[in-house]
Design a protein around this ligand. Structure first.
Ligand code: FRU
Length: 500
């Protein structure tokens, strides 16, 4: 907890103060149209994402007592398509063993745990706030809860915890999946500065298999919220290990790194030691994937950053999730990268797009009158056969600008929110973030999902993803392109995304 403690500790103090003060004025203008937010109060990591009997379940770190981080519960929402969400009653409450920290959920089809055939089983970290002060090395332990009515109600297992900390301060965020190689459950657990794998025949007794990563990857902060899953490329199966990290991300604060490698049922071996990021923007964190959606691999993250998550100027809720993303693998040169594409379900919300062919940009071009759309909640796609430096500027009547672009000299995509509206709520809400372009292809495609207070960029068919939140003081109404060098987009398309 070394790195986490200041964040959580400070949050608890603020929570007490907040309980006595009136909530800030409501900000309905920042309520997203097609991203999940709780109706009210604080949310962080997505948890227990599982597809079960035709329904996508999303649980999440939730504090129903305030708008800042506090004693953690698992909130719950359900959806037929990962886009239209229905908030459900709280699934898990803190108890004598502690707060309910992050974790995962599985369908126990063969009743290995004895809770019932096809029981939904949640595996989560019990975080004991008292031990955090006196014996922090034993304050985080893994526990079970199960549901026999498709996630409506949950019972905690009486034998909790099922995996006790061996004396590691940060021992949390179990991601459990069925492993066919072992014919057992496999738990991928964040254990401070490395990942530890455990196996179990019944979810109740766990045996350590191996450790990974003490000297590999980015270590600017604590390793949290891991995930391990197979993905195929050209007929070969690779294993992707996701490791969230706080702080130490490529643009400051929390971020999601990943490794591509092999897993033999016991040990993960990376192809090389290059650090790679699932999203380079400042505002995707704790991202992990859905259980039970094979052959698709679907990913969702918390759309915020621990550097300023407790201060973002929304009310009466705090934080949204990213859109769901479908993951894949792609080879570029000698490297194999994870690709993130918006899940097709999000695109289905789009109205008929307005498509502009052959848009030549030199200096500034105002697309606003030609796009025939006044809503800021939109999908924009841009395709060029010859990429050059350019800026796409989303603006408003107050002269505020959110700039998304490509810096040809640096070979970097970027998002600059320095002049995007309210940026003063935290000194750590930094302006410009960058991401390397990972292909040398001459042409490029960019897809932008813009909502009330966020933008998600998917470039080069998902090779580079960037997510950033922003808070304009007036609605975004204009779309302009700028390029000193000049370039032509063979196609620009704009579709409104109504959502909800
Ligand atoms: C990541 C995290 C997890 C922990 C949870 C607590 O954002 O710190 O490691 O389980 O949040 O809310």
């Amino acid at each position: 907890m070394k790195k986490l403690l200041p964040v959580l500790g400070a949050s608890l103090l603020t929570t007490a103060a907040l309980a006595q003060s009136a909530p800030p004025p409501a900000t309905p203008q920042f309520r997203p149209a097609y991203h999940f937010t709780p109706t009210a109060h604080w949310m962080n990591d997505p948890n227990g994402m599982v597809y079960y009997q035709g329904t996508y379940h999303l649980f999440f770190q939730y504090y129903p007592g305030g708008m800042v981080w506090g004693p953690m519960h698992w909130g719950h929402a359900t959806s037929p398509d990962m886009v239209r969400w229905q908030e459900q009653p709280i699934a898990l409450y803190p108890d004598s063993l502690g707060y309910i920290f992050s974790g995962s959920a599985v369908v126990d089809a063969n009743n290995t745990a004895g809770f019932g055939k096809n029981a939904l089983v949640a595996i989560f970290t019990h975080h004991n706030p008292k031990l955090e002060k006196t014996d922090s090395e034993h304050g985080q332990n893994q526990s079970l809860a199960y549901s026999l009515d498709a996630g409506k109600t949950w019972m905690k297992y009486r034998g909790n915890p099922v995996l006790k900390s061996p004396g590691i301060v940060d021992f949390r965020d179990p991601k459990v999946t069925w492993n066919a190689q072992l014919n057992k459950w496999l738990m991928t657990l964040a254990t401070k500065d490395r990942i530890t794998f455990y196996s179990s025949p019944n979810l109740k007794t766990w045996t350590k298999e191996s450790e990974f990563g003490e000297k590999l990857g980015a270590h600017g902060g604590v390793w949290e919220c891991p995930d391990l899953f197979p993905l195929a490329l050209n007929g070969k199966t690779y294993w992707v290990l996701i490791v969230n990290l706080n702080p130490g991300g490529p643009n400051g604060g929390s971020a999601t790194q990943y490794f591509v490698g092999n897993f033999d049922g016991h040990t993960f071996t990376p192809l090389n030691d290059k650090t790679k990021w699932a999203d380079y923007g400042p505002d995707e964190y704790a991202g992990v994937t859905w259980e039970n959606t094979a052959p698709r691999r679907l990913f969702l993250g918390w759309m915020s950053n621990w550097e300023y998550g407790n201060q973002v100027p929304t009310s009466p809720w705090r934080s949204a999730m990213t859109i769901p993303r479908e993951l894949g693998l792609r080879q570029e040169g000698q490297e194999i990268y994870l690709t993130s594409q918006p899940a097709a379900e999000v695109g289905r919300l789009a109205t008929t797009p307005t498509t502009l062919p052959n848009v030549a940009v030199k200096n500034t071009v105002d697309l606003t009158p030609r796009l025939k759309s006044t809503t800021a909640k939109r999908r924009l796609t841009l395709r060029t056969a010859q990429l050059a430096g350019f800026e796409l500027v989303l603006g408003n009547a107050a002269g505020e600008e959110l700039v998304i672009g490509y810096d040809a000299a640096a070979k970097q995509y970027f998002i600059d929110r320095s002049k995007s509206g309210n940026v003063s709520f935290s000194p750590k809400f930094t302006g410009r973030s960058t991401a390397p372009r990972l292909t040398t292809a001459p042409g490029a495609d960019l897809t932008l999902y813009c909502d009330a207070a966020s933008v998600e960029l998917f470039a080069d068919h998902g090779l580079t993803a960037m997510t950033a939140i922003f808070f304009p003081t007036q609605p975004i109404t204009t779309v302009r392109l700028r390029s000193a060098q000049g370039l032509t987009f063979q196609e620009i398309s704009n579709a409104a995304l109504g959502g909800k």
